[in-house]
Design a protein around this ligand. Structure first.
Ligand code: PLP
Length: 479
């Protein structure tokens, strides 16, 4: 018995390092703050992209480090440099994220307090905060008061929640799945097809509806395809709209799609992971008309609200399908379920235990107010317009006028057979240079360069620097 107590005390002493005292906490914190301050201060001089040069010597080491400085040095040498610097305003590839500082402070507090955000009983405050944010975002996009949703890890999970809710609402089970049709376009984000596969709807009939010249789904073609499918004994089930496609930022004609979906009793899901928050701007609202009529909707605060990676939003108009998909009961949860006066996030998502991710959104929103977010969004749209206006003067051809903050262009001079080679070449030169990172896609059969302007650190000087580089890296005229 005594022996046992001795062992307990010995183990306690050996484990004490996991609870640094106030002095030690201050010492560690200061080193992390120094590291982060240097990181932020160096951003304007640093690169947005650096090619990987293979693993360094330290990341896979397993022994205890002599001190925190040593570990921060490994970060500086082996983690920070290679790849895309997502904190850089020069990141204009894919869809940039952000990483506003006050959201980082929210994350830090969420981790240290470790409130249990999955279950109402565990932390009514944390869950109320999540639901208040869901309500606020639902109001922004015009969703009704009875709508609900979930703060997810990102757009992919949020899209999956929307799709699995559709499955419940339409009762697409294994007997019916092959007769049910989903209508999308080639511009849908690949995470949607992935979600259909994961939730057991991969066997649905998938129709890519033709696009107009602005890469938007054509409602007349959608209607035509639905009529054909009905004649052939299929069941039109889901329409996937994009409110800001990843490739071009195209916004489908949402109101027209909503009409068609309604008329046929279909589920209308909108992926607004990239573009959704632009609808907060009064002058942009008209482009999103009909978004509020969808059955499920996805937004990504880690894109359009400049948050660090790790926050998406799933909204659903009705609570019953999302609950039917995710609600559960377990014996070991009985006290939690009895005490619940609001739904728990765990009833609305595949996750049980989750990071208290509401805090990273709530803190910056309440601290800064919405105004600087709106100004940033407006600035990004104006920068896209500014870039698109000047590219033709440098000899580049736009694929379309930007609808939001994505600009697509390529080198389309000389023989068509060489366009792709030139465009790819220009992109490679930009990557080698590293100051500004762009990505590419394929549109109308061609290799196309994309500039996606969404980082809160991208400003006029960034775009001017990009224009300089694009001037410099043009194919030489004698070719
Ligand atoms: C980024 C994006 C997604 C995927 O979201 P993640 O947050 O990366 O999981 C889905 N759809 C669109 C339109 C996107 O831009």
């Amino acid at each position: 018995m005594n022996m046992n107590v001795e062992q307990i005390k010995k183990s306690q002493k050996e484990g004490a390092g996991l609870e640094p005292d106030a002095t030690e906490r201050a010492r560690l914190r200061a080193q992390v703050v120094d590291y982060l301050e240097a990181y932020i201060e160096d951003l304007p001089r640093g690169k947005a992209f650096q090619r990987d040069s293979g693993p360094g010597p330290n990341l896979s080491r397993r022994e205890q480090a002599p001190d925190l400085q040593h570990l921060l040095n490994i970060l500086r040498q082996e983690v920070d440099p290679p790849g895309i610097n997502a904190a850089s305003g020069g990141h204009l590839g894919y869809i940039p994220g952000g990483g506003i500082y006050t959201a980082g402070l929210g994350d830090w507090m969420a981790a240290v307090t470790n409130h249990y955000a999955g279950i109402f009983f565990g932390s009514p405050g944390a869950v109320r905060m999540e639901h208040a944010l869901i309500r606020e975002i639902a109001d922004w996009v015009g969703y009704p008061a009875k709508s609900t949703g979930n703060l997810t890890s990102g757009g992919s999970m949020a899209n999956m929640i929307g799709i699995v809710s559709a499955r419940q609402a339409l009762q697409i089970d294994s007997r019916r799945v092959r007769k049910c049709v989903v209508y999308s376009s080639t511009q849908a984000h690949h995470c949607l097809q992935k979600a259909f596969r994961i939730v057991g709807m991969g066997e649905m009939v998938w129709r890519d509806i033709p696009l107009d010249t602005q890469f938007r789904m054509r409602p007349d073609e959608l209607q035509r395809q639905i009529d054909t499918d009905i004649q052939n004994g299929l069941t039109p089930s889901i329409v996937l709209g994009a409110a800001g496609s990843t490739d071009t930022g195209a916004i489908d004609p949402l109101d027209a799609l909503a009409d068609i979906a309604e008329q046929h009793g279909m589920w209308f899901h909108i992926d607004a992971a990239y573009g959704g928050f632009f609808s907060l701007l009064e002058e942009e609202k008209h482009k999103f008309k009909g978004m509020e009529r969808s059955d499920s909707l996805v937004l990504d605060p880690h894109k359009g609200l400049f948050l660090p990676y790790g926050l998406g939003v799933a909204l659903v108009r009705h609570s019953s399908p999302i609950l039917a998909a995710h609600h559960y009961q377990a014996n070991y949860m009985q006290d939690a379920q009895d005490a619940q006066s609001e739904w728990s996030p765990a009833d609305l998502s595949p996750e049980l235990t989750k990071h208290f991710r509401a805090l990273r959104l709530w803190l910056p929103l309440r601290l800064h107010g919405l105004k600087p977010f709106l100004a940033q969004l407006r600035e990004k749209l104006l920068l896209a317009e500014y870039l698109a206006k000047q590219l033709p003067d440098l000899g580049y051809k736009l694929l379309c006028q930007p609808q939001l903050s994505v600009v697509t262009f390529h080198w389309a001079q000389g023989p068509e057979a060489s366009w792709d080679r030139h465009s790819r070449d220009i992109l490679m030169r930009l990557e080698d240079h590293g100051q500004i990172f762009l990505s590419s896609t394929r549109l109308q059969g061609h290799f196309v360069i994309r500039a996606a302007i969404l980082s809160f650190r991208t400003h006029l000087d960034t775009i001017d620097a990009l224009l300089d580089l694009l001037r410099k890296f043009r194919p030489s005229l004698e070719e």
